[in-house]
Design a protein around this ligand. Structure first.
Ligand code: URA
Length: 237
């Protein structure tokens, strides 16, 4: 027996947290009966429906992509722009783990395993996200300290666990800064730099947990190995 929200997440439909929301909203039925409270456990013999559609057992798929600039991190774009799914030939209902902005490049994981996605998206000490940002000025020690101590983004205090000045271009008055964070709030890195007076001109994600881009060129992807998937499950706190 497994918790209902876990079974829904495992079907690839959504994350466990979103599945909990669906249950609370009365959108889930078990053996024809509407369920609105969390806590129910089901077995493979139970018929689970979400929005009156039976959930399917889908083979789990896991990918890492080096996202190019000018691509949206959604499964579908109303304006017909290219999405990250256009780079991965699969019929499985995979979706991106977290989000990168249209103009942000770099490491993006995709899967149809809601549980896996949840582990990486939930703020966790062991899941660091490392970015390299080109900013419009030369950052000073004082500003670096501020980013480490914590700044406010959308009313919430967030901090960088590491900030390293990598390169200075005095001629253009820009610099490259490597910044490590543990949350994944919308536009978090850009807003953090804004809070200390800089605009981010370019942003690339280099690392998520133990994943890095290695030999993946822009637009290239590969499947994760079973070992890598197991290592993500071992990160769960
Ligand atoms: N922070 C941002 O500001 N943008 C991204 O795409 C990712 C993190």
């Amino acid at each position: 027996m497994e918790r209902l929200q876990k079974v829904i997440a495992q079907s690839g439909l959504t994350s466990r947290r979103k599945a909990e929301q669906l249950i609370k909203e009365g959108k889930v039925k078990v053996n024809g009966k509407q369920i609105t409270e969390l806590g129910m456990k089901v077995s493979s013999k139970d018929k689970v429906e979400v929005n009156n559609k039976p959930i399917e057992k889908e083979q789990k798929e896991y990918y890492i992509l080096n996202k190019p600039r000018g691509v949206v991190t959604t499964t579908h774009d109303e304006h017909g722009r290219k999405t990250v799914l256009d780079f991965i030939p699969t019929t499985a209902r995979i979706y991106p783990v977290g989000r990168l902005d249209y103009d942000t490049t770099g490491l993006l994981l995709l899967t149809n395993d809601g549980e896996f996605a949840n582990i990486l998206m939930h703020p966790n000490e062991k899941v660091e996200k490392v970015y390299i940002a080109k900013i419009n000025g030369i950052i000073k020690g004082e500003q670096i300290n501020k980013l480490k101590e914590g700044v406010e983004v959308d009313g919430i205090k967030v901090s960088a666990s590491r900030v390293k000045l990598k390169k200075v271009n005095n001629k253009n008055n820009t610099c490259m800064v490597q910044i490590t964070i543990h949350e994944g709030k919308n536009h978090q890195v850009k807003k953090m730099f804004e809070s200390v007076g800089f605009q981010v001109e370019k942003l690339k994600r280099e690392k998520v947990a133990f994943f890095n881009l290695k030999d993946l060129q822009s637009g290239q992807y590969r499947k994760l190995t079973p070992k890598e998937v197991a290592k993500v499950y071992a990160l769960e706190q």
